[in-house]
Design a protein around this ligand. Structure first.
Ligand SMILES: [Zn+2]
Length: 94
């Protein structure tokens, strides 16, 4: 997901508080407490988003598309939806 990683970015990640690092790793790997992963592991039977019900609940759905979080994306990035190229631009610049 994040290409052109640098050693400094790795050190920055390892310096994060444990709970924050766990969230970052969950977003990057898809191993989260969201319904997509919980459905794969058999914990729940419905993989759809509990916020909007419009799509499978995953980290990428929350980050890019979920209509329930569009106002937060607009406040942070000035966009209601983060299409892959826009998200890639922010990740590489960060
Ligand atoms: Zn949603």
């Amino acid at each position: 997901m994040i290409k052109n990683r640098t050693r400094g970015q790795g050190k920055e990640l390892l310096g994060l508080p444990r709970q924050v690092l766990r969230l970052v790793v969950g977003v990057l790997t898809g191993h989260t407490q969201l319904n997509r992963h919980l459905c794969i592991t058999g914990v729940v039977t419905n993989p759809f988003c509990e916020q909007c019900g419009e799509a499978i609940e995953s980290a990428m759905h929350y980050l890019r598309y979920c209509s329930s979080f569009s106002s937060i994306r607009r406040a942070i990035w000035g966009k209601d939806i983060l299409y892959p190229l826009i998200l890639k631009q922010y990740l590489l610049e960060g």
